[in-house]
Design a protein around this ligand. Structure first.
Ligand code: SAM
Ligand code: SF4
Length: 339
């Protein structure tokens, strides 16, 4: 495809895609140790390597000037980072002044009861909460640390604060596959959309991915025996495809990074907690924005480094999976890149 020249104020990649969505991992740390995400004895990064909240705010500001209109904070667990509300309030001002169309976060929900009202006041309108099971024992098993009650209370607090909640559920073979219809019904009864996610081959977590992998094509076939699923055209430019469940009148998404290609409409890049900008979740090329900042770069230089990175955004990712083999495996875990 022909290269497209950058326009002022917009980030256009070599394939003509406008980058308008930044995902930021504000920490690699987490109070859970989900089995598909992290090893039990994960070594977290030294604090000096992690961007300060002020550094994140500067980088986010540069992206906003370059046309980014949506920012998602993730991690690790974003709400365990000390003083993260300072950053959320700073970025929230950009929602209030109209520069950002959306400020959102992906959270495990453990700290939501404490923060829900402040998030809503800051300008957050919707959040994604990860929840793989409604069985307290299974929840403790899969998260290794989490308590289901705390997360359910957090979700209830978010709803009470007026936040739109979307549930994210990783579909795991022989773990929650029988429970998925129940989880979907539970979410829809409360007015929450729910998205099912296939496991992705991100880093070593001490488990065999092919054992956990449950193709969502199989899940959908099973759900279609129970319910009528109507395809919705709604899209966020990401790997989610959406259906409406006629019987529950709720939205159901499927994220299938391994079994379907979604790269053509990709509008996003990811900033890690250490300031590395990944132009594609499934590729290793990155730009070190922390080095640029810590070398004393001014705003113009920082914007130049971001433009140069976007000019290298690849066409697509290299994940591939079969029942017996997982190819295109990435050396980083999700908590480092930011899920
Ligand atoms: N701690 C927050 C949470 O759990 O929502 C945010 C970070 S977490 C890395 C973001 C999302 O990535 C979660 O929904 C989690 O279930 C998902 N995730 C983590 N590891 C994954 C993997 N190997 N494959 C697919 N999804 C994964
Ligand atoms: Fe933590 Fe989220 Fe990873 Fe679970 S999926 S260990 S909650 S970062």
């Amino acid at each position: 495809m022909k290269a497209v020249a950058p326009q002022t104020g917009t980030l256009i990649d070599p394939f003509g895609r406008a980058v308008t969505y930044l995902r930021v991992s504000v920490t690699d740390r987490c109070d859970f140790r989900c089995r598909y995400c992290m090893d039990e004895h994960v070594a977290f990064l030294p604090r000096r390597d992690i961007l300060s909240l002020e550094e994140i705010d500067r980088i986010a500001g540069a992206f906003i000037r370059l046309g980014v209109t949506k920012i998602r904070l993730t991690g690790g667990e974003p709400l365990v980072r000390r003083d993260v509300m300072w950053l959320i309030e700073r970025l929230g001002r950009r929602v209030h002044d109209g520069a950002l169309a959306e400020l959102t976060l992906t959270t495990n929900g453990s700290q939501l009861a404490r923060h829900a009202a402040a998030l809503a006041a800051a300008g957050v309108r919707r959040i994604n909460v990860s929840l793989d099971t409604l069985d307290a024992q299974k929840f403790a098993h899969i998260t290794r640390r989490g308590r289901l009650r705390q997360v359910l209370d957090g979700i209830a607090a978010a709803k009470d604060a007026g936040l739109h909640v979307k549930i994210n559920t990783v579909a795991l073979k022989e773990f929650n596959e029988d429970e998925l219809p129940g989880l979907i019904a539970w979410a829809h009864e409360r007015g929450f959309a729910i998205t099912l996610i296939e496991t992705m081959p991100m880093g070593e977590v001490g488990a065999d991915r092919a054992d956990q992998y449950l193709p969502l094509s199989v899940v959908r076939e099973r759900l279609e025996k129970r319910w009528t699923l109507d395809r919705e055209e709604f899209s966020t430019g990401g790997p989610s495809r959406y259906w409406r469940v006629a019987e529950t009148d709720g939205r159901l998404g499927f994220i299938t990074p391994l079994s379907a290609h979604f790269c053509d409409a990709c509008n996003r890049v990811r900033l890690t907690a250490t300031g590395q900008l990944f132009m594609c979740l499934g590729q290793n090329d990155k730009a070190d924005l922390r080095a640029v900042l810590r070398a004393g770069a001014g705003d113009a230089e920082l914007e130049g480094a971001i433009r140069a990175a976007i000019a290298r955004k690849p066409k697509g990712h290299e994940f591939a999976i079969s029942r017996h083999r997982i190819g295109g495996k990435m050396p980083r875990t999700m908590n480092v890149t930011g899920g």
